[in-house]
Design a protein around this ligand. Sequence first.
Ligand SMILES: [Cu+2]
Length: 334
Amino acid sequence: MVRDRNAPSRNGVVARNLNKIRQNIQNRVEVQGPNNIENIHRTIHNTSGGNGHMWNLRYSAFDLIFWLHHSNEDSLFAVWEALDANYSVPRYSNTAQAFTMSANTATGGDTPLKPFHKDELGNFWTSNEIRDTHTFACTYPILQNLRNTDTLIRRVNSLYSPRQSIPAIRRTKRGAVTVAFGSGVQYTLSVKAQQASLKGSPSVFVLLGGVEETHRESGGEDWESDLHFVGQTSFIQQNVDMASSDDSPTVHSVVPLTAALEARHQFGELSSMVSASVYAYLKENVKWKIAKNGKALPGEESSGFEISVLWREIEPAMSLDEFPNPQSEEQVLM
Ligand SMILES: [Cu+2]
């Protein structure tokens, strides 16, 4: 990172890059499996960060966009909790020293959330106590005046579902294309990395089809602008020193591929959505680039990433009151 007191805010670049990943982020609404809110959190950090400081956790909270981003994460979390009445905070043992907790502390729903005091007696809030935001006398418009859970799914789909925006976005020279999400198979690119092996905050950019000539020549510093760009997912280096790389957690991210594949199927580039055809197509056409601060990572630094394509059968959502329903376990396609 270069310190520059006069560094200007690059709103145009940030807005453009966020716009490029918007559709793929929306597609995550329909992906079950290793998809999670933290995935979206990291991807927004790195995309709005660019070469600035949102990608760096030591500095990101000094940027005002951090607070917009995290307020939005809070609202996504509240919606997710409301959608899953049976959710409980899992037991977890942190492998590294954190600000308020020593290494290897077992945590769970009743762990005090230091430094957030509940009273003047020295007690702290716990995750189980603050499950409902009404505890703090606040809520979000999307959760207000709900009659039942179905209404919340409808609201989530109306706000975020890719099926709301794809017909509008995918208007090309070849005419308007609507993607119905009706293929009954879901494809995701899965990326795993060891937390301790991350140097900096890399992002994985996924492309379907040939890499545009200009970007190949320039070393690929602007993957979001490639014609074949599908989506990206990001990793963030933590501010803690891992004791050893062996017991550091594995971080898992996904990039949804279904919508991009369905679009190629509609254009005739992909013969069908069944796994054998998709395997043959991806073998020739899927590419990924791992980059950090706008520069492609050298081979040795990108070797710690485990990338695969997963698929599963799903029952597509037939109305806004539904999410897709998984019909099989996830399987590795490649
Ligand atoms: Cu953050």
